[in-house]
Write a protein that binds this ligand. Structure first.
Ligand code: 3SL
Length: 249
C-alpha cells in the first residue's frame, strides 16, 4: 500500500493555478505524446530536456547555446515546427539522434504543464512506458501528490486520465487508496472501466483521432505500450534528467 498524505488528479493544464502545486509532489502526464517522448529521449541517452512554455522561450535559449550539443524540438498542433531539429514523435528520438544532447522542448500542452509545475517540491514525468518506475517512486513519498494531466487546450484527454487512473490503481494494489480526492477517484474509476483495453481506447480517443489524421498511428501504438522503459525522468531546476543521474550529480 502507498505511503502518501493525499492524492489528487488535475484534468488539464488550464484547470489549476501554479500556486496549487507548491510544495507538492507532482507527476506530469501527456501520453500523446510529450511525456512519452521525454521518457523515450531520456531512455535513449539524452543528457537532459528543457521544457519551455512557447516558441519565444525556445528560441531565446537556442540562441545562447552551442548548437552541436543542443537540439530544438517540439510541435505546434502536432506538426514539427519549421527550423526545428525534431518534432514530437517519440520514434524520432533514437539513440543516434539524441544521445548526449540536451533538448529544448516545446509542445502545445505537455511542456506547458511542466512549466506550470516549477513551484512543486518534486516533479516526475510519467507515461505508460515507465508506469512501474512512477508507481514505485510514489509508493514511498509520504507527501501530497498531484497527477497533472496535460489534456488538450484546456480539455481533458482520455489517455492522460487513464494513465493517472493506472498509477492510482497500481499504487493501491487494485484498490482505491484512502488518500484519494475526487479527481483521483474519477481517474481510478475510468481505469477500472477501460484499463483492460488500453490500446484500442487510446486509438479511439479524441487525440488518437487527431494523430491518425496526421498519419501517426505508429506513435499511438508506441505510446500505448506499458512498462517498456526503466527510467524515471525528474524535473529539477528547469531541466529534466533521469532520477539516477540527478541523485548522483
Ligand atoms: O500537447 C502536447 O504537448 C503534444 O504532446 C501534442 S501532440 O501529440 O504532439 O499533438
Amino acid at each position: 500500500m502507498a505511503n502518501l498524505n493525499s492524492l489528487d488528479v488535475f484534468f488539464s493544464v488550464h484547470s489549476f493555478q501554479e500556486e496549487e502545486l507548491r510544495d507538492r509532489v507532482v507527476v506530469v502526464a501527456d501520453v500523446l505524446r510529450a511525456t512519452s517522448t521525454i521518457v523515450t529521449a531520456i531512455h535513449n541517452g539524452a543528457r537532459g530536456v528543457i521544457p519551455v512554455a512557447d516558441m519565444g522561450e525556445a528560441s531565446k535559449i537556442a540562441q545562447n547555446v552551442d548548437s552541436d550539443n543542443y537540439l530544438l524540438c517540439g510541435e505546434k498542433d502536432g506538426v514539427m515546427i519549421e527550423g526545428y531539429d525534431l518534432g514530437n514523435s517519440p520514434l524520432e528520438y533514437t539513440p543516434e539522434r539524441v544521445k548526449g544532447k540536451t533538448l529544448i522542448f516545446n509542445t502545445t500542452n505537455g511542456t506547458k504543464a511542466l512549466r506550470k509545475s516549477f513551484s512543486a517540491d518534486e516533479v516526475y514525468i510519467a507515461a505508460f512506458l515507465n508506469l512501474d518506475q512512477v508507481v514505485e517512486k510514489l509508493s514511498s513519498v509520504g507527501k501530497d501528490v498531484v497527477i497533472v494531466c496535460s489534456g488538450w487546450k484546456g480539455r481533458l484527454s482520455m489517455e492522460d486520465l487513464l494513465l493517472a487512473g493506472s498509477i492510482i490503481y497500481h499504487l493501491g494494489d487494485g484498490n482505491l487508496p484512502s488518500e484519494a480526492r475526487d479527481g483521483a477517484k474519477v481517474a481510478f474509476s475510468l481505469y477500472e472501466k477501460f484499463g483492460k483495453d488500453l490500446a484500442s481506447v487510446i486509438l479511439n480517443s479524441n487525440h488518437g483521432f487527431r494523430l491518425r489524421n496526421l498519419n501517426s498511428v505508429a506513435d499511438i501504438e508506441y505510446c500505448s505500450q506499458v512498462n517498456t522503459h526503466r527510467v524515471l525522468p525528474v524535473l529539477h531546476e528547469g531541466i529534466i534528467t533521469d532520477q539516477y543521474v540527478t541523485k548522483t550529480g
